[in-house]
Design a protein. Sequence first.
Lengths: 842, 597
Amino acid sequence: MALLTADWNPLGREAYYRKFEVYTMGWIDQVNLQDLKVNVAPSGGPIAVVRDDTKLTPVQTSGKPIIFIFSPSGELKSTIKWSGGKIVEINWSSSEELLCIQDDGSVSAYDIFGNYQNSFQMGQEAREMKIIDARTFSSSTGTGLVVLTTNFRFFVVNNIKDPRIRRFPDIPGVNIAPSCWTAIHGDDRQTRVIVAKEKDIYLLDYSEQHVTQKIPEISHHHLSIVAMAVSPCGKLVALLTDAGVIWIGSFDFRRKFCEHDAQCMLPAVQLVWCGSGAVVLNLGSVLLVLSPNRDNFTLILDSTSHVCPEVDGLRIITNSSHEFLQKVPLPNQEIFRIGSMSPGAILVEASREFQKRSHRAEEYIRLVKNQLEQAVIQCIQAAGNEWQPGVQKMLLRAAQLGKSFLFDKVDSELFVGMCQTLRILNAVRNYKIALPLTFQQYEQLGKTGLLNRLILRRQYSIAIQICQYLQMSEADGIPRVLTEWACYKIKHGLGKLDAEQLASEISAKLGTGSKVSYSSIALKAIECKQEKLAIRLLDFEHRASEQIPLLLKLGQEPQALAKAVESGDPNLIYYVLVVMKETYSADKFYMTIRHYPSVNALYAKLCRTIQMGSLEQIYEQEDNFNAQAILSVKDSYRAQKLENRSAMLTTAVKQYRQAKAEIAASLTEDQLKLLKSQSSYESKFGCPVIDVSLNDTLKLLMRRRDIKETEEMVKKFKVPERRLWWLKVTTFAEIGDWAELEKLSRLKKSPIGYEPFVDVCLQYNNVTEAQRYLPKVEEHLSIKYYVKAKMYTEAAQIAFQRKDTEALHYVQSRCSSNRDAVDMINSLIAKLANPSESQNKR
Amino acid sequence: MDLGNLRQSSQFRLLNLLTKIAPSDVQKDLVIHEDLMKPIDLVSGARLLREQGVDKMFKLASVAPPWKNYIRLYFIPSIYAVAENVAKQLKRHGVEKTVSYHIIVVPKVLTVIHSLFESLGVLDFVTLHSYSWDFIPLDSNLLSLELHHLFKASFLKEENSLLTSVAKALMSFECLLGKFSCVMTLGEKSQRVHNLLNTWKNEIQPTFPVETEFTHLIMLDRNIDFVSLLLTQLTYEGVLDENLKMKSGFVYLDANGAEGSQRLMLNSASDEIYGEIKGKHISAVFQHLSKKAKELQQKRDIKNTDSIEEMKNFVSHDLKRIQSQQKSLALHISACEIVMKRQAGILEELLELQEDAMSGTKMKEYLAFLEDSIARQFNLATILRLCCLHSIMEDGLPEKEYHLLQRQLLQAYGYRHLTTLHYLQRLGLFNQRDSKMISLEPLLPDRLARVAHAASFRPERMPFRKICQRLNLLPLDESSQPNPCAKSGQHPSYVFGGVYTPLVYHFVERCLKEKEPSLGDYVRCFGNNLRIGDCSHPQWGARGKILVCFIGGVTLAEVASLDLLSRQLGRQIVVATTSTISGSDFMESMTSQHTDT
């Protein structure tokens, strides 16, 4: 217990600060921070150092600076031999890209391994006027950047991934360089710059384009402000004057919390916040920690140091070690503070006794029985905040002991989750991986954030193990890591391995049919100008919708088409067709698609609906005369003028002949003939005739009693006799020309029988006319027709004569409403029955 | 099994889409294409749409409706011409900053449609969405996708984009009701759908429920058995469909289907009487109805004399039921009346002719009748059905007859129908004997491909009569006497008056034979078109439920025959189809002039 509180420093009454070593630096004896400009990436990120050209050092190499990138444990990761212009500032972005800001406003980004990523410019004015200073800040969307030009103007980019440059309003007052400044990005998503010019402090707000002067109340005499820092929570601000006085106040500079004479006359190295509870003044090898209540203590370090603020504390980098300074978190403080009687502390004590197999464990448990739940939670939380696995274990054991008394009252998720998290954290904190994340930082970063960090460090193996351990979903789990690995492989296999080898190596690792997105790997290959590899890789992609656009991008249209056909998705086929149509010559296009019948059909539809290319062209290409003919016929119906229509039909006839479809050809010829006659009738009769059928045309002629013309048409179209009779019979009845009908019946024996004559007469309710033809009706139908004509008596008589009792019943059933007829038929039936009876008797 | 789940899943997706477009408290206008009105009604109902903030609903017309709200939705099928109409409408209307248009395309936004909107430059204020419903339950044993244009697109134009929707619907069926372990497909399109289904399952790897009720999936193409489509259906539901045109489970008793006319919902779940008579032979229906009427009358009469207590009970429970039954009884009787009136005189003649065509006797009279009816200009659809039936059963007509009929048909009904005849020829419905291969596939361009196609898919297509004989589908052949069971409903051929057993009945029956399907005859008849799934699967013998899926439509007579089979086997058979279809429907779509939509 005593050991744990040994490195605690009290700050005021309530708070304690502790400093512990994270790593012993691997760079020990090789690096002297005194001569170097150091920049540390937030959340346990890497360290970039470059020679500080403001300090005098013996020149070792030629003028161009070299940027060294170290891991947090001081292992050299890479070097960048700088060949560009003068570097104003190097800084890390939140996604661990090293931004090198040159004095002409160009910003280049490098990854941890010193590989160039991309660059952007800070605009015209920055380029012309040159930059003298730059600061990054973390914004809601990523990392932002503010630069200061030689004419003392600020330019801001809120997200370096999407650089849109905005200018801040000018600083008022005399045109001299600001003595210090800082950029902040508030919760309202606005970026502001606080700038001090000698004694004056201004707040620049670009969204409102206005400047407010702030006048902090500083009682010590001073000439200028030399450093300032805003707390992570954004509510407090600390200033350092040239007289070595630290002022802490509220963000709006209205309230003063304290003023402390730090008596530091040498130019201060750094003024930063450690969490939101204390300001740290870095004086090289001495750190002054000062709370807003003016409580303070000093820490002596073994060498010159560089400090880097984190959300929950402060990282201290020295020549020999990497340390972390933080306010002792509340649960830990409660448990480990000397003489603490908090439930957690007692539970830990109980657990200790329990380990010793002492009965006192029970007494302790009884002591906190009522607050056991709180105690367990305290222990779990405290375990998360501890760096040493031994201490973590001790606290978790205590929690476990407490938990066993609570049965199901406490949520086991909390305990299990903490165990899992600690396992991961301890793994990544290993100095080889060197990702010194505190629990709070991990919470902020999240699982995916952690994976991103590991991928950036090319720690694919552990990333996959973590995915498996956490059972992460497929979207951001193992497949993603594998994809990233493959992309890395491609990028770095360039020139070393041939495409075939690389592809098989990648597929061997990734397997087929998994959820890995081969298309995104292929995209990477395309970026690296490895087209052959990309094509090879796309073979493994089983989602056609991903595969095809890339194949098209690679100019592999035939392959894309084949895949699209395989997938059976017409949308994809359309897509390929449209692209092919644009890039291919017509001949080549048709030659390619002809191998796929289904594509042809789709293309035909496409042509039909949006006339993208003409159908005739395909059919011509294929000598498909039949289809051409059908098309011509269809087109003919769209033609407005008769001449056009006839012309198209004539073409159709020719095409049918070529297709050896003689019937269709002759039928179409007939159609032409009919059209011709119809058009002449149309002008003659002055009524629309075109497009009615031949039958209707004939009827029309008969209706007009144009016998000569009718005869001619009949001859011309070889209308069969039966049909002509049918037409005549129906038409004559329709126009009520009964005389003509009778003439027809006498002309010769009707080929269609006389039943139709009766039918049409009855249809127009002309019973008298019907009677004329009834006797001529065929024998076996006559009864039925008499009934149809409602001549029941006659029908019954015929039936009687034929001695057909069944027929008599039939007639009777049809005339049931007619009493007389029924009676009559009854007597007939009886008659019919009696003679037979009498015959039998005989 | 709960087929209602399918409806809920479609409904859920629709409502989700609507809320994605705008939250339910924002009022919106909705324009809906005629074809989609009924299915959408079945999927969600107007009330639910109103709950999602749909304020005004209009039918899609050539001009924009009188808008009321600022969010405007269109509901259209993925038909190019329709989309074009809408796009032009919007372009004319022009841009208003406050208004946003959303176009929901069923079943999906095709690239052509997207590019159309793009090219007209309206995508700035128009958003395109895809929506596809799952199988819509029309009856307790009938599911439909209501994609009526699928037959023409897939079978006539070989344009298979809509098959993806079928595969999609089958996949969500599996996701909801369990995975099929045994799959059999008969026909090229079915096979394609099955392949798509498998591809997606590999790609998406969805999770299926552990317990499956449906074990068998049997898929057929419509063009395997055209005879069932051409013959006159004689079950009650079939007759209603042929004469009154069932639309998404509804028929209108007025021929024009005008607004407010009497309509009949054909769903045995909600209409007890319909459930009793739907599969009955039409000649038995009227009898049944009159018996039912008497029964109802009796029930009412008896109840009138009971004590007050029972009277109260009767009024609160039975009366309602009796009243609703009475109402539906009246509707059915009037439907019967209309149908009888329409078919008076023709039906008997027609049935006789069909019998002749099926048995292949009295061919001379048959042709003479056809000629006469053409001369008298009978209903074209009916005539064409008879022509096609004849052609199929005789494996094409002799050259002379074929030419004669063609000439007669065109002279009587107009030369426009040359394309109709082309279509029928392409479908293999109306051919000249021995000339098939030359003229059949005008859309298959490459000679090589054609040869390959012919080699793989029809290694010598068997004449349909031979198929019938081999599979024993013609009950008339067994005995020259009309089958006594024909009307009683014991033999599946009753649905066609005893002249033909639907092929699907026979196929499904064979597929479900104990242990292993005995499909040797089918292999001989259809060759490569038949695919049988993994026979060694332990589920083959299982007596699970069966889904029979038709690509290109199913006739209600076939459904009735499967219903009979299901009763005979004691296993539930559910029919899923891309749409319901009847012979008259089919012929009308062939003869209509707007064939390119």
